[in-house]
Design a protein around this ligand. Sequence first.
Ligand code: DX5
Ligand code: ZN
Length: 214
Amino acid sequence: MIIAPSILAADFGHLAEAIDIINRSDAGWIHCDVMDGVFVHNISFGFPVIKSIQPIAQKPLDVHLMIVNPDRYIGEVRDCGAMMMNVHYEACTHLHRTIQSIHDAGMKAAVTLNPATPVMLLSDIITDVDMVLLMSVNPGFGGQSFIGHTVEKIRALKTMIEASGSRALIEVDGGINQTTAAIVADAGADIAVAGSSVFKAADPIAEIAALASV
Ligand code: DX5
Ligand code: ZN
């Protein structure tokens, strides 16, 4: 599995050190959690912060927007050098148009589902997206426990992807540690986001290696 460490769990006073750790690790991507205090309670960081890490980041940026009306910010996310732009299904009234606009801006497009949003709602967009991000916690905070029902959603999504001929990847975000990483990998996840388990570990580089090899 590709591991995408979330810098939400890093020490923001030493963000360059967190990026350096990710650069030197087996991580595949860098996951950036943008929160607006409206779609979710928390406010994390915005585009100036992502722009400042982009020049030192040696792995692709996976930007997860927990904000209302994310289509307003497609240009800003592109200007941050993002490889992937994740928008929440629950935040997009015109999801098809938003996905097309992300592609027109030159980025890969992902749709993210909250834990209570069923996978079947993606049946008419699954061939248009590059990735589906399944939230395995309620978005807004790091350090929460993995919601077990996510495993059934991964399997249902995998079945939908295979039946439709879609090439969408499956990413899982929230409560990922070595135990839950093995469970989601077995269910068919391609990418796992990991915040607390990486940055609270005594040796984050070893932790990333362990997560990547479950
Ligand atoms: C939660 C964020 C996650 C978060 C995961 O709203 O989307 O990416 O950083 O943190 P952990 O791995 O601590 O659950
Ligand atoms: Zn996230």
